[in-house]
Ligand binder design. Sequence first.
Ligand code: KG4
Ligand code: ZN
Length: 345
Amino acid sequence: MILGIETSCDDTSVALVDMTGAILFHRVHSQENLHGTYGGVVPEVASRAHVDVLPAMVRSALQETATSPSRLQGIAVTRGPGLLGSLLTGIAFAKGMAAPLRLPLIGVDHVQAHLRACLDSMETLEGKAIGLVISGGHTHLFRIERWPDMDLLSQTVDDAAGEAFDKGAKILGLPYPGGPSIQREAAKNTLPLLALTKKKIRTENPLDFSFSGLKTAFTLTVRKTVVDERMRALLAASLQQAIIEHVMDRIERIVALESPAHLLVGGGVSANGLLRDRLDAFAKDRGIALHLSPLSLARDNALMIAQHGRERFLAGNYTPYPYESFSPYPRETTDIRVKKSVPQS
Ligand code: KG4
Ligand code: ZN
């Protein structure tokens, strides 16, 4: 069995899977109520909350499945990227548990693990795939020639897609997390949408993402508007549309360039209903197999860490995390490859 631990941001999560990928235990403890009043995640509050709940959650995982720690074959833990203090709580706990048991410690890349959540436990991919992770901290586009190896093709040059939702919600006085709030508010809109960007967003790499110009355009529009209930819904719907247009633009470009057989989309923003509909229609139109993360696994969770760690462990394709390392990001990793040359359209 592999125990998975995820503490990269504001969700504490623990999972236990067996070597076939069967799910024995999975639990997520959300800190949303702690951060809501601040309109965003407060790193120190997040780290302390992980420390409070993680040991009890791991104990529950073992007790409720009647698993003795000696039956574990490895511990998979999110090694990054994420909030440093939050990551360290999970990593320190995992090291403390793995060292006396001499268990392999499998440091898992959080962003890549989001793509694991797009596949069923036993599912593997035949043919080329493109993976997009859109969350509160990341907007990463990958080429996957042979799962689970992947090349990073592009990312955001400023804000992440989820950050654009979160900041937009804050500007409108809507509760954190912003994505679901904006989606709910947008659903009330009956007016024609506002155009928030006048020109196409240009980045040096045509596949990179950029949301900061959109945020500025949104801020300026809100300032000029008397925000009553109708206008709030209109602004939310217009922001949602603009973010999704930008994401779809990049998807269309990469699909035109790479002609993939599969498209994987995961991360918190992949829970967005409008985006899911657009992706669904697009994939059907192009004859691409779409693998959307199920809603229950779109946000941060330890199941994706346990499954990704299990697969890499079984393939012998992982970087063992040294127990004695103080760094959350070990220098040598085998699983991060960045594509250097920029694909040109
Ligand atoms: O993957 P996740 O839980 O954490 C990170 O790794 O960042 O993603 C959280 C992000 C937040 O920015 C949140 O606003 C966004 O996902 N999100 C959504 C929706 N649900 C969550 N964005 C748009 N529409 C949603 N329905
Ligand atoms: Zn995440």
